[in-house]
Each structure stands twice: as structure tokens, then as C-alpha cells.
Design a protein around this ligand. Structure first.
Ligand SMILES: [Ca+2]
Length: 562
């Protein structure tokens, strides 16, 4: 375990023989902040045109990872992030339904511990605000064994489930009880308010861990009109211009290489023109999306200001990341809404249990996608594939897939007392599993072999602390599986197989080593995954596919349940 010279404070204690100098390790506070369903290049400090001065400031005074990876979707990412295991080892290989094997139980495994459980045992106070989404959402008499309070958090306010209205989210809970939102509730603001209250009530005689998990900028596109107004007209030149401008900025920043080609516009996206179908509705979606990210950044600024005012910013390790790539979902699976006319307002205190509320709290019918308008509570829209393609510049594919557009995320790390680098990039590939290992390392914490009688799987990740100091990361490979999409990254090589939807996925065939369906990319020469080298390097395909298969068996993914 590395000792951090800058985080070691000298104290003098008295003893019989006179003053004795000794070193007292001061573990850092840890703040882990995550955005939801965002593209790789949305933030200003990752090439985006959305105004994110607070995250940009953390990046300028810290480091940015250029090849950090998540788990392609909300729940697997959260399970992996919280436990330092691959999602399947933590019991959340897919969503929150039980598919019959431990890897796909859809509920956090008792062979996993959360970062909060580990740090709490090592003297930290542990707070969580925001989206949980690693246990099933049950309305009546839920089993709460995997709610945050039972998984290591001293305090919790947020959503047990995944998506919902940002004004009236379903499954909102305060500690162990479902609650209704206050008047004027908005997820991003209220989650931050709660996090700030935790910090203000925290006694500084010991460190804290805060997990702040926003639902911005997951659909629906919800933001206040005054925030959206700031982006009015900003996207009138359309998604093609947005893509080329982002790509250019990323190259100028040194975030991506000059010779990596921008991926072509997704074949399902129309070239932008003023006569593109539903032009104004499309533009309004992107304006609201930008406002959602902007508001999140403002709220992060508010939290950082509290740390600063309490003189805690210096020795607080802050992470910011996103849970999956931009989301191309267009809600085309949504049934018709039950009401066509406005209804009486909901009773104060009535719980919201619907992902898409049929009415707003004041009784207006909630209208979905093109029946509605982005922004206010009675609209329930997604920005869809058109803008997701631009949001993920320069990559291809989206949330769900394990191409770079699905799994590449910014990772901003800020910790003035921990490392001296300012504004630098780190190009080492790293993954969610490394966050637990990093927390254990910098807190000099013990990671349990056994927890409340259950044997605990060893951590899968590596501490990123050496990378903070620009030292290499020692690892063999990183692996993914989501909905039958498979990938492995070893050094510069990345092998990918996309699940074939025409064959009702490949659940029953995942044991086959099907060379024809693998793509191989040299990520140093071609991070945008444009030049498939599988036929040129069949031996590398075989090697990596064998590694993936061994990993799949070790983690319980293979054989795949029906
Ligand atoms: Ca997500």
C-alpha cells in the first residue's frame, strides 16, 4: 500500500523522555460523483460546447483520464463501481430481474462489499445522495437488504430505481422510507442539497465518503425554462456541425489523436438541414439536454464551494465520471398514456410509482416523445439517436454497446493534497473496478475477506494512485459483457463482438468461439474503431477470444442463463 507523503501530517506528542515526533496519516475524504447517460464529449473539458466551468476547473486543477471505461448501462455500472468487481460478480449482469444464475440475479450479491461498507469499517462516515439502481424496485413491502442504508451508507436520500421524472421521480426514498418530493423538487438540485446537508452536519474529526449519483442527463429531457433559455439557438446549425466542431476541439486539446478519423454520421441519422423532420422539437431536446448538464455542473460547483468553505477541498479526493455512453433510446416501447385529459392534482404526500407518471403532480397529462415538449414536467421526451450520435463524438455506438460510444467516459480526478499534476491527461486504460481499489489504497483501508459471515470476492481492480503520479498501471486486460455484446481490451488491442439481434441475441450461443463475429482494433492507431484488423491478425483474435471465454467462465457469465 502506498503512503502519501503529502497527506501525512507531522504531530508532536509528549512522552516521559520528552517530545517525540511521529507521523499521523490523514486519510482523505472521498467524493464520488456520477452523471447518467451522457456522451463522451459533452463536458467543456472533454471538447463539448455545453458550459461546465465547475467541472472544467476541477479538471484544470487535477487530471483527466482519456481512456476510462464504464459498464455500458446504469445498473451494471453502478454494481461494478460500488463493489470493485465486474457487474456479473456483483450479481447485476443485466437489469433488476432474476435470470436464474448468481451473475444475473439482478440484486447486489452478498459476496460483494460496497465502497461504503469497506470505508465505514475503516472509520469513515458514509453518505449517499441520488440514484441507487442495484436492487429491484418493489412498491409494497420491499426487501430492503440491498438498500443503501443496509449496504454501508449512514445516510441516504435518492431513488431506489433507475429512470423517472426529474420533477417527480418514482421510488424516491429518505433513508429506509419512500417519500414524496417537496414542492418545487428537481432531482439535480435536491440531490445536491442533501449531499451538502450531510457535509455540513459532518464532524471533521474523521473522514467521509460521499457518493453523489445524479440522474442528469438521462431521459426525460427535463430542465427549468430559465436554464434552457441560455441554450436557445445554440444548436441551430444541427448535429453535423456539432460533431465536427467537437472533434476539432478534442484534437486541439490533445484529447484525441489528429489522425483518428471522426466516425461517419450514424446511418439512421438524417443529414442536418432546416427541413429535417420536427426540426424545432429536435432542437428543443438538445437545448434541454445541454441545460440538464449545465445545471448539474452548477450544482457540483455549489458542493465544491462548501468543501472549500470548510477548508476540506485540499484533502478531498473527488472523482467525476458517467455511467454509460450517450443514450440513443427513443421510448418507442412506451404504451399509450392512460389519460387524454387533465386530472385532479395528486394528493400532497402521494408517492410516485411510475417511471413515466401519467399526470404531473398538478394534474396535467404527461405526453411522451413527439406528443410532448422537452423541458417541463408534462413533457417526457428523449433526445434520441440523432443527438446521441453527436453527444458521443468522435465514437460510434451508444449505451448498451461495448464499442467506445457505449463504454468510454470522462474521469476527472481532483485531489490537491494527493498529487501535484494540474490539467494533465492520463491515457492509461482503466475501469470502474479500479475505483474501489483506489479508495482502499488512499484510505489505507482493509478490504475484508469475510463480511457478516459471507466470504467476499477479492477486488478485481488496480489502484489508480500510481497513475495520479504518472506511473504505469500494471494490468493484463479489461473485460465487458452486456446484453451479449462482448469485448476485451489488452494494451492497444480491443476485441469486440456485437450481439446479433436477428438471432434473439446470443445467450444460448455465447460458448461458441465464433471468429467471424469478432472485430479487432488497434486503439493506439484507431480509437474510433474504423479499421477492423480481425482478418489480418487471426492469432490475436484467437488469443483475446480465449481470454474473454476464460473470464466469462470465471465470472459466471458463461454458460449464459436463458
Ligand atoms: Ca445510465
Amino acid at each position: 500500500m502506498r503512503l502519501l507523503p503529502v497527506a501525512v501530517f507531522t504531530v508532536i506528542i509528549s512522552c516521559a523522555g520528552g517530545p517525540l515526533e511521529t507521523n499521523k496519516f490523514q486519510p482523505p475524504n472521498i467524493v464520488l460523483i456520477m452523471g447518467d447517460d451522457m456522451g463522451f464529449s459533452d463536458l467543456g473539458c472533454y471538447g463539448g460546447e455545453i458550459r461546465t466551468p465547475n467541472l472544467d476547473r476541477l479538471a484544470a486543477n487535477g487530471i483527466r483520464f482519456t481512456q476510462f471505461y464504464n459498464g455500458a448501462r446504469c445498473c451494471p455500472t453502478r454494481a461494478s463501481l460500488l463493489t470493485g468487481l465486474y457487474p456479473q460478480q456483483a450479481g447485476v449482469g443485466h437489469m433488476m430481474s432474476d435470470r436464474g444464475t448468481p451473475a444475473f440475479k439482478g440484486d447486489l450479491s452478498n459476496q460483494a462489499v460496497t465502497i461504503a461498507e469497506v470505508l465505514k469499517q475503516n472509520g469513515y462516515s458514509t453518505y449517499m445522495s441520488g440514484k441507487w439502481h442495484v436492487t429491484p424496485y418493489v412498491v409494497e413491502s420491499p426487501d430492503k437488504k440491498n438498500w443503501p442504508r443496509q449496504r454501508g451508507f449512514d445516510k441516504f436520500f435518492g431513488m431506489i430505481s433507475g429512470a423517472g421524472s426529474l420533477y417527480d421521480p418514482r421510488s424516491l426514498a429518505d433513508d429506509n422510507d419512500y417519500v414524496a418530493p417537496r414542492e418545487g423538487f428537481y432531482c439535480t438540485t435536491d440531490f445536491t442539497d442533501y449531499a451538502i446537508r450531510c457535509l455540513e452536519d459532518h464532524s471533521p474529526d474523521h473522514p467521509f465518503f460521499l457518493y453523489l449519483s445524479y440522474t442528469a442527463a438521462h431521459w426525460p429531457m427535463h430542465a427549468a425554462a430559465d436554464q434552457v433559455a441560455k441554450y436557445k439557438g445554440h444548436y441551430d446549425e444541427g448535429w453535423d456541425v456539432m460533431r465536427s466542431q467537437r472533434c476539432q476541439r478534442m484534437k486541439e486539446m490533445g484529447l484525441i489523436e489528429e489522425d483518428w478519423p471522426l466516425t461517419p454520421r450514424d446511418s439512421f441519422v438524417d443529414p442536418w438541414s432546416d427541413s429535417v423532420p420536427d426540426r424545432d422539437w429536435e432542437l428543443a431536446n438538445m437545448e434541454v439536454y445541454a441545460a440538464m448538464v449545465d445545471v448539474m455542473d452548477q450544482e457540483i460547483g455549489r458542493l465544491v464551494a462548501v468543501l472549500e468553505s470548510r477548508a476540506e477541498l485540499e484533502n478531498t479526493l473527488i472523482f467525476f465520471l458517467q455511467d454509460n455512453g450517450a443514450c440513443a433510446e427513443e421510448l418507442n416501447w412506451v404504451d399509450e398514456q392512460p389519460f387524454t385529459q387533465d386530472q385532479p392534482p395528486m394528493q400532497p404526500g402521494a408517492l410516485q410509482t411510475e417511471m413515466i407518471p401519467p399526470i404531473t403532480r398538478d394534474g396535467k397529462v404527461v405526453k411522451v416523445m413527439k406528443d410532448g415538449w422537452p423541458g417541463p414536467p408534462d413533457g417526457y421526451t428523449a433526445y434520441g439517436l440523432n443527438w446521441a450520435n453527436a453527444s458521443n463524438t468522435p465514437f460510434r455506438e451508444y449505451k448498451h454497446w461495448v464499442h467506445e460510444g457505449g463504454i468510454a467516459t470522462p474521469l476527472i480526478v481532483h485531489w490537491p493534497a494527493g498529487f501535484s499534476a494540474k490539467g494533465e491527461f492520463r491515457h492509461q486504460p482503466a475501469h470502474l473496478i479500479d475505483i474501489m481499489a483506489t479508495c482502499v489504497d488512499v484510505a489505507q483501508a482493509d478490504y475484508p475477506i469475510e463480511y457478516f459471515g459471507n466470504s467476499i470476492l477479492p477486488m478485481e481492480g488496480e489502484s489508480l494512485n500510481p497513475v495520479f503520479h504518472d506511473e504505469p498501471l500494471d494490468r493484463e486486460a479489461i473485460y465487458w459483457e452486456h446484453e451479449g455484446n462482448r469485448a476485451v481490451r489488452m494494451g492497444k488491442w480491443k476485441l469486440i463482438s456485437k450481439a446479433r439481434k436477428t438471432q434473439s441475441f446470443v445467450w444460448d450461443r455465447i460458448d461458441e468461439l465464433d471468429l467471424a463475429h469478432w472485430e479487432l482494433f488497434d486503439m493506439e492507431a484507431d480509437r474510433t474503431e474504423m479499421n477492423d484488423l480481425a482478418l489480418e491478425h487471426p492469432e490475436m483474435v484467437q488469443k483475446l477470444a480465449n481470454m474473454w471465454q476464460a473470464w466469462g467462465k470465471r465470472t459466471g457469465i458463461v454458460p449464459r442463463p436463458n
